[in-house]
Design a protein around this ligand. Structure first.
Ligand code: UT7
Length: 330
């Protein structure tokens, strides 16, 4: 007996992108009411001027929904034709069921395969790799990929080494079949040995037992070194596996962790002047899995990037994990 197999589209590409930001703006002056810091220090060390936190009536669910609605509208794909939904988040507090099935139902992607992944700040690029593989294998035709976070709920506002950094937001893309390739081979990996570099101070059991909240703790200097060295090398590998050189790029959209990490990557990659670089951290802080699609959406909306541009995207964070691709902007 031979089992039947299937294959899907030859190629995949991003068809539409959307974003959703919470309404509450938290500037550095307000941040300095929580921690011993200064507007000048935060700007110089990270680039951040302000960030967004959820207010009453907003949640990781509403952000994911609003970003998805915009991405679906921009893609021209009917919700009923989306047959897989992947949500990357570390801040949806229901262990089960996941956010993706609920979101698929709310959006009208009735019956779609739907699941959450946990790959922190690399989660969006992990999910893009999955979506591309699902479409090319024939397991799905149109995949909604969402990065949605409310890191404000996991941030210790008395910790001056992280409080100014983390933020809330959501970004989404619809990915579908294409005649020309719009998503390069992924370069990805992990280093679990370095896991303690960014971790939650306790798990949920410990939180209940000891009455402590599972805030995110980070050795910022170590993450900084890893991101500007090892991860920057991975970005070069992405270019090589795409068959491109830095000159071929129009846009660079790294995870918005710190403007100084972005600068270090730029030096490492030797990107030419014409390449537009995402800097959405300035207004939105570090919103983990949401940062790349938010930046992509903003750059397209402002005209800084345009449809058809060739963009290098790369995410990195807790795990440690990293992933990236070259994509054609929708
Ligand atoms: O999202 C994915 C994972 N996360 C990241 O990629 C984040 C990576 N790391 C970073 O972005 C940076 O390490 C931080 C922004 C978190 C910190 O910047 P840094 O340049 O690495 O600062 P540092 O920890 O080396 O501290 C430098 C100085 C220290 O003072 P001394 O010892 O030089 O006198 C700190 O005590 O800055 C001091 N400092 C602060 N000063 C004002 C530390 N935090 C603050 C603060 N305000 N909030």
């Amino acid at each position: 007996m031979t089992l039947l197999a299937r294959t899907g589209a030859r190629y995949a590409r991003i068809l539409g992108v959307g974003r959703a930001l919470p309404s509450r703006v938290v500037d550095n002056a307000e941040m300095c009411t929580y921690i011993d810091s200064s507007d000048e220090w935060i700007r110089q060390r990270t680039g951040i001027v302000e960030r967004r936190w959820i207010a009453d009536g907003e949640s990781v669910e509403t952000l994911a929904r609003d970003a998805s609605l915009e991405a679906i509208a921009n893609s021209g794909v009917a919700p009923a034709d989306i047959d897989a939904v992947i949500v990357s988040t570390v801040s949806y507090f229901h262990q089960t069921p996941g956010l993706a099935p609920k979101l698929a139902f709310q959006l009208g992607a009735i019956g779609a395969a739907a699941y959450d992944i946990s790959a922190a700040c690399a989660g969006f690029c992990y999910a893009i790799a999955q979506a591309e593989a699902l479409i090319r294998s024939g397991a799905a035709t149109h995949v909604l990929v969402v990065g949605a976070e409310t890191l404000s709920r996991l941030t210790d506002l008395s910790d001056r080494s992280t409080a100014f950094l983390f933020a809330d937001g959501a970004g989404a893309v619809v990915i579908g079949p294409s005649d020309v390739n719009g998503i390069s081979p992924v370069v990805w990996g992990s280093d679990g040995e370095a896991g303690p570099t960014i971790h939650q101070a306790t798990d949920w059991e410990g939180a209940v037992r000891d009455q402590t909240w599972p805030y995110i703790w980070m050795d910022g200097r170590q993450v900084f070194r890893w991101a500007s060295g090892f991860v920057a090398d991975a970005a070069l590998d992405i270019l090589e596996k795409s068959g491109l050189t830095p000159d071929d790029l129009d846009t660079f959209i790294p995870h918005q962790a710190n403007n100084r990490i972005t600068d270090a990557m730029l030096r490492h990659l030797k990107l030419p002047e014409h390449v537009k670089v995402a800097r959405s951290i300035v207004n939105y802080g570090n919103n983990s899995a949401a940062s790349i699609p938010i930046a992509m959406s903003e750059m397209l909306a402002s005209g800084e990037a345009k449809s058809g541009d060739t963009a290098l995207i790369i995410g990195f964070g807790a795990g440690l994990v990293y992933a990236g691709q070259v994509v054609t902007l929708p």
